[in-house]
Design a protein around this ligand. Structure first.
Ligand code: MN
Length: 164
């Protein structure tokens, strides 16, 4: 397994760190942090982040994530974020990328099933979440048909952790 850290160049290019309190990203870690941030930006969305190889793999989910296995949530893959972002809450000032309020909506740990790098490549990531709001098995599947290949679906697996 490749243990090299993923790069944060795309994340850093989008932001001016003299104008936003968001972290630039220096810390490296090999944990399995999971976090969802409710981001009241131009459009309200929920940012799902999964720690992998020193960064947070990230998806923007336009509708609130759910434990209902019958619901497929669009999850737009976005740039890797720094580990420190997992604890970020507050306001991104007007005029900056992602301007608006950020709150932690859920946090905990995640455990991938299988190799994460192959999963990202192939467009299918299966994992367990241990959070407060979200828990149990989930799958992220990349959709066919868009050129940029950034549209995924977040689906709760039908297991004992599903919504009643
Ligand atoms: Mn966001």
């Amino acid at each position: 397994m490749d243990d090299k850290h993923r790069k944060l160049s795309s994340y850093r290019t989008k932001r001016n760190f003299t104008h936003t309190n968001e972290p630039k990203g220096n810390r490296r870690s090999k944990g399995r942090v999971y976090v969802v941030q409710k981001h009241d930006a131009t459009r309200l969305h929920w940012d799902l982040r999964l720690e992998h190889r020193g960064v947070l793999l990230s998806w923007a989910v336009p509708k609130e994530p759910t434990l209902d296995p019958g619901v497929k949530r669009l999850a737009i893959h976005v740039e890797d974020h720094p580990i420190e972002y997992a604890t970020f809450e507050g306001d991104i000032p007007k005029g900056n990328y992602g301007a608006g309020h950020v709150d932690i909506w859920d946090k905990g740990t995640w455990t991938p099933e299988g190799d994460v790098d192959s999963g990202m490549e192939e467009g299918k990531l299966e994992f367990e979440i241990e959070g407060e709001r979200l828990h149990g098995g989930f799958v992220l599947v990349r959709m066919d048909g868009d050129n940029k290949k950034e549209n995924w679906l977040l689906i709760k697996k039908d297991d004992e952790d599903t919504a009643a």
